[in-house]
Structures are given as C-alpha cells and as structure tokens.
Design a protein around this ligand. Structure first.
Ligand code: GUN
Length: 313
C-alpha cells in the first residue's frame, strides 16, 4: 500500500475530507494500465458480466456506472438484463452459462434481487474464481482464513481510504457499525486483516455512542441517515461513512445523506469521507481491480503493477 499517499493533516479544527472521487480515479487509472497489460497476455480484454434483474431505479444507475467505468478501464462489459418476473431457475441458468463461458472473468449479480428470487442461492451459484463481489461462501471463507481470494468491493474501498488518510493501520481500533453481508461483516474482517483491533457493532449493541467514541477508525454502515452524531466521534478519529440514504431535502427535492451527521462531525473528526464522493466511487474502483485479479488468476498470471498494489489484502 506504499503508493497510497497519506493525506497531510493540517493543524486546525475542521476535519480533513477524504476525497473518494480522486482516490477512485487513481485506482481506475491503475486498473486501466493493468487491463492493457493483461489484454496483451490474454489475447483479449478482461471481461466483466453484470446481471440486472428487474427495474429497481437505484440498481439501474449503479449498473450503468459499472458498465461505463469497466469500458473506460479498457475491459469488456457484458450486460444481462432480465425481467423482474424471471424465474429462479432462469437466473440460475444464466449464472451457469456465465460460469462456463471461458471469455468471462468476473460475474456480478446486482443486489437486491426482486421479491421471489433467492439472492443467497443465486450469489452462491457464482464460480468463486469469477466472484468479483467477493460474496460467495468460498470468498468469505478465504477472507476469514486470510487466504488469497476476491474481497468485497465496498469494504475494500473503506480500508483503502482509511490507509490513505492514516498510512499504517496496525494497532488502531476500528469500530464498524452494521453487520450486513455486503459491508459490515467483511469490513470488520478486512480491518482485522490490516492488524486493527476490531469491534463489530450493530442495532442491538448497548450504548453504541460510547462504544463508537472509542474508535480510531469509525465505519458507519448501518443504513440510517445521520445516525452518527458528533458525540459518537472521538476527537481526531477517522470517520468512514458508507451510508447512501435518499432523504427529503429542502424545497421538496430529495438528496443523498450518509449515516453520519456530516456537518456536526466536521468539528470533531480528524478525517471524514463525504457523501456523495467518499466511499461510493471506491466500490466500482475495487470492482475493476477484482475483475483484473480474477482474469489474471484464471490465466495463471500475476496481477500487473500498479493494480496489484491497489488490493487491500
Ligand atoms: N448493491 C449495492 N451494492 C452492491 C454491491 O456491492 N454488489 C452487488 N452485487 N450489489 C450491490
């Protein structure tokens, strides 16, 4: 991780913003370089297949952005759109076809799936070698073991940004709020892998504000807008806000809000990620690097630098 520049902390009361957009642009650029190098070795571009079932508006935006950035990074992107009425068997059959397609390196099934489809069964059907979301049991097991494997993208982005702010993470106390399979649980394991002392807190945790105040690194991934107030933050702590909540703004329009009361946190935190423009852009950046890693590993090649350095563990 040596090429992640720690942000210089100026003396002053206001928190330093961690610019996720700029960090993601660096990772995207590394992915592009890696994609070009790998394409020369493979005789084809690395390829990500994205499966979108149904018409969820937020998922449509996410998938569009994933495809745009995959192609901008010099990789092939295959989009598979299925109606919300598609049967479980049809979705599983598509995953099986993508597993068997030698030209597909990564498979991402956009979540959530429509009612009536079993997301766990669908995700667990993905070949772990192509599991660029890091959500299969094999990938999760590898993370627990500290063995090589593909790591979930949003938690990897959190660790990347924390390293960018702080440099070495070893020995720091990371408190993760939220125990989702997509973010909270793997984030706790990734910070542990980075030699942090980790507390995984959730909605049933007693006296959450007091616990959060012990954190050197506070990761808010509860999905509750503005939950983390200034009095939850140790002065100078690094605050990583994973929340992307749509809330009513002034004049009847909606706006995006994180899980952290951002305005209040600015005078207490040392570093903080904004919403939008913090963790959000890092998710796709890490997806690109995972796709490269999958393409390289499937071909028995090393992931080229500088992309390899972008992986968090
Ligand atoms: N929906 C929201 N975030 C994600 C993600 O990281 N991966 C997938 N597959 N679906 C999501």
């Amino acid at each position: 991780m040596s090429d992640i520049d720690p942000i210089l902390r100026p003396s002053g009361r206001r928190a330093v913003l961690i610019d996720g957009k700029a960090a993601a642009a660096q990772v995207d650029a590394a992915a592009r370089e890696g994609a070009l190098a790998l394409a020369r070795r493979l005789g084809r571009k690395p390829c990500l297949a994205v499966v979108l079932v149904g018409e969820d508006p937020a998922s449509q935006v996410y998938v569009r952005n994933k495809i745009r950035r995959t192609e901008a990074a010099g990789m092939t992107s295959l989009e598979h759109r299925l109606p919300a009425s598609e049967s479980q068997d049809e979705v599983l059959a598509l995953v099986a076809r993508l597993n068997a397609d030698a030209a597909v390196d990564g498979i991402l099934v956009q979540l959530p799936l429509p009612d009536g489809l079993d997301a766990t069964r669908v995700v667990q059907a993905i070949d772990p070698a192509k599991d660029v979301d890091g959500l299969t049991a094999a990938s999760a097991g590898a993370l627990v073991l500290g063995a090589p494997g593909l790591r979930p993208c949003t938690p990897s982005g959190c660790v990347y940004l924390a390293r960018q702010a702080l440099g070495e993470l070893s020995g720091r106390h990371a408190v993760v709020i939220g125990r989702s399979i997509l973010v909270g649980k793997p984030a706790a394991l990734l910070f542990l892998q980075a030699d942090c002392t980790v507390t995984l807190a959730h909605s049933r945790t007693r006296d959450l504000p007091a616990l959060a105040r012990q954190a050197d690194i506070l990761v808010a991934a509860a999905g509750r807008p503005g939950m983390v107030g200034a009095d939850w933050i140790k002065p100078g702590a690094t605050v990583i806000d994973v929340g992307i909540n749509r809330v009513d703004g002034p004049d009847g329009a909606t706006r995006l809000a994180g899980d952290v009361d951002y305005a209040a946190a600015l005078d207490t935190a040392g570093y903080i990620t904004p919403v939008p423009g913090g963790v959000g852009p890092m998710t796709i950046a890490m997806l690109l690097v995972n796709t490269l890693a999958a393409a390289a590993r499937r071909a028995g090649l090393d992931l080229p630098e500088p992309a390899a350095r972008m992986l968090t563990s």
